[in-house]
Design a binder for this molecule. Structure first.
Ligand code: ATP
Length: 242
């Protein structure tokens, strides 16, 4: 079953093609990494899937429906620019967000899963960067989502938190969820994802397994990534000059 699909999607801002004909499809139970240099269009893709913005052209579907509205309650999201109410306590915020979902799990269970039990009565403002990321995961998990959209979810996390994070994310997949996540950490992508989608200049330049991307480990992942994305940015820059 296809969980999400973007077909020939363009998103244009004045002077910028954030997406220039993006084609991505993710099936139920997959963990897919979205890779790409700064400005490639990763966050724009998440915003479209959440219904926060609309495409200039092309088709975006989540569980076969237009993004936003009813289908939003089937998605748990961690976005880079997520603003949080600083004065609320951690448990209060998780409970509050849980109320927006039809199938909220127990708040204390989510706090335990994200190692936040000891921080439950602390204010959001007092959390460290990594704890804040774990809180964002708690908020993404509280509605028992079928789809997790995670934009650089482990960016501020230490090694142990990252490991716990992916254990929790995998547990959600074992329960039937699907994950699309963006990262700049190629090693993390290769270790965690079933499939990597490399985006550059608003288009997909590779869509394959981590193993196939490096020709079964014969090629260096970073070199492969740079070759794929440099070629594409050069072509885009040349296009700009015309
Ligand atoms: P990063 O790795 O830096 O987070 P990204 O792949 O998430 O990058 P996007 O945030 O999707 O990239 O941005 C894609 C392009 O669209 C960039 O050139 C960005 O400046 C532009 N862009 C995104 N949102 C807007 C907006 N609201 N107005 C104008 N331009 C925008």
């Amino acid at each position: 079953m296809t969980v999400l699909e973007l077909r020939d999607v363009r998103k244009t801002y004045p002077g910028v093609d954030a997406l220039a004909g993006l084609d991505v499809s993710v099936a139920r139970g997959e963990i897919v990494a979205l890779l790409g240099p700064n400005g490639a269009g990763k966050t724009t893709t998440f915003e479209l899937l959440l219904g926060l913005i609309r495409p200039t052209s092309g088709d975006v579907r989540v569980f076969g429906e237009e993004p936003g509205g009813r289908v939003r309650t089937r998605i748990g999201a961690m976005l880079q620019a997520a603003g949080l109410p600083d004065q609320l306590q951690v448990r209060e915020l998780v409970r509050l967000i849980g109320r927006g979902y039809p199938t909220a799990v127990q708040v204390d269970e989510v706090l335990a899963r994200t190692s936040l039990t000891k921080r439950a009565t602390r204010t959001v403002k007092s959390l460290s960067g990594g704890e804040r990321q774990r809180l964002l995961l708690a908020l993404a998990l509280v509605g028992t989502p079928e789809l997790l959209l995670l934009d650089e979810p482990t960016a501020a996390m230490d090694v142990a938190s990252r490991r716990t994070f992916w254990e929790q994310a995998r547990a959600s997949v074992a329960d039937g969820a699907t994950i699309l996540f963006a990262t700049h950490d190629l090693t993390e992508a290769a270790a965690v994802a079933d499939r990597v989608v490399v985006v550059a200049g608003g288009r997909v330049v590779a869509d394959t397994t981590p193993d196939a991307l490096t020709h079964h480990g014969d090629d260096d992942l970073e070199e492969v990534f740079l070759a794929l994305t440099n070629e594409s940015s050069t072509a885009a820059d040349e296009g700009d000059d015309r």
